[in-house]
Design a protein around this ligand. Structure first.
Ligand SMILES: [Zn+2]
Length: 425
């Protein structure tokens, strides 16, 4: 059956191109990035799905006044399996990032340009490749009259590029009943050129704004003020050294295999060279292994800041401007992880490995709820770049892999010993 379904997938090549053209022409850019949301694109996708043999199609619309029709639509389409109590979800997103510097594009970013098997256009890889692959997976199973061991469902979201608030976060918050505790989530929105990156864990992220308050004065009379820049500079070094030293656990799943704490952005201070700044603001990007909590990091940052306050007689405030906690990595031996690795090998004849990344994917939302989520696809890694591209062979290959996963995940779940691993979350 896998062979038959794979052959079917190959016959969809021109259809995949057509879908890429339709999707790319419907700009779906977040209001934060100057767009009007995903409505037009969502309507087209929903209409296409309705022509197919899905057993359930529904929408979860998140209100957002800034978007067309005041909504950010999320689409759910389910194709029943033999066992209707468990579902393999393939989750993708509709929104794209803006084209960026137009002159860097060789062709119109919102009109697909084809050269052989390579398609160019904004969104063709991120995330239309995965979305179309998941739709074609369902189509092949439907046309061959094949029911997978359990449900195969699509979750097509809005608002991934600027934070998921109107997308998967909203769906999880308002419709938790959509998901069962044995459901598994595959997110084809990340990977590498060989299809060997099977991402099962990520670091937690904290972006901290560190404000040091001293006293401004003329540079010729430093004793009259208190140089916030000097204190802030020492603070940046003490934080960097102190945090690396204190939170030094290693985890070979990740590259790099340690937590990282890097001073990054620096706000502007005084305008002229002869003024001692009374204010200093810099930012710290922390990527933290799941071994540690962000609360522990925050505590240590405050402790180090207090030492600067004492030594320099300044005031330091620490404000988290963005945090994303990532817990419950999907186990290496999760049936889902194994099924993805086996599928990738079967289709691409490669050597996929479970790995962790620096953070910031939608996988975290599901893992934090205790679900197993894996991020995987074979991509050219051109997301967000000018001349973003999609290799049709990757698109069709990924669809075949999804079929392989849908077919083989069953064996694992039916196996009592494995399902106990699954359940022990
Ligand atoms: Zn994406």
């Amino acid at each position: 059956m896998f062979k038959k379904l794979s052959t079917k997938i190959d016959s969809y090549k021109e259809e995949a191109v057509k879908m890429q053209e339709e999707l790319t022409s419907r700009k779906a850019i977040a209001p934060e990035s100057g767009g009007e949301g995903e409505y037009e694109k969502a309507m087209w996708i929903e209409a296409e799905l309705k022509k197919m043999g899905f057993d359930e199609i529904s929408r979860v619309d998140c209100p957002d006044k800034r978007a067309i029709k005041g909504i950010r639509p999320n689409i759910v389409a389910k194709y029943y399996g033999e066992d209707k109590t468990k579902t393999l979800w393939v989750m993708t997103h509709m929104d794209v990032v803006p084209e960026g510097e137009k002159s860097l594009w060789k062709t119109d970013p919102f009109k697909v340009h084809r050269e052989g098997d390579i398609l160019y256009g904004r969104g063709v890889e991120d995330n239309q490749q995965g979305m179309i692959a998941s739709i074609l997976t369902a189509k092949a199973m439907m046309e061959e009259g094949y029911r997978p061991p359990f449900n195969f469902a699509l979750l097509i979201n809005s608002d991934e590029e600027v934070g998921s608030k109107h997308g998967v976060e909203y769906v999880l918050k308002t419709k938790p009943e959509l998901f069962g505790k044995n459901d598994a989530f595959l997110v084809p929105d990340g990977g590498n050129e060989k299809g060997e990156m099977v991402e099962i864990a990520e670091k937690s992220i904290a972006w901290l704004k560190i404000h040091t308050l001293g006293k401004q004065c003329h540079a010729s009379m430093p004793a009259l003020g208190n140089n916030a820049f000097t204190a802030g500079s020492d603070l940046a070094l003490r934080l960097r050294n102190g945090l690396y030293e204190h939170f030094n656990a290693k985890d070979g799943l990740f590259d790099p295999n340690i937590s990282t704490f890097e001073p990054t952005k620096k706000d502007k201070n005084v305008d002229n060279v002869n003024t001692i700044p009374g204010d200093d603001v810099f930012y710290l990007d922390c990527r933290v292994l799941p071994t540690y909590t962000l609360t522990e990091i925050h505590k240590k940052v405050l402790e180090i800041s207090a030492s600067i306050e004492k030594d320099y007689k300044v005031k330091v405030s620490v404000e988290p401007v963005m945090t994303m906690t990532s817990k419950n990595p999907t186990p290496k031996h999760s049936p889902l992880t194994k099924a993805v690795i086996e599928a990738s090998k079967a289709v691409y004849n490669n050597n996929p490995q479970p790995c962790g990344i620096g953070g910031g994917t939608v996988g975290a939302y599901f893992r934090n709820e205790g679900y197993h989520a894996v991020i995987w696809s074979k991509i050219k890694d051109t997301a967000h770049m000018p001349n973003e591209e999609c290799d049709l062979n990757n698109l069709l290959g990924d669809a075949k892999a999804f079929i392989h996963i849908a077919m083989n995940l069953k064996l694992n779940i039916a196996d009592a010993s494995v399902s106990s691993v699954w359940d022990n979350k």
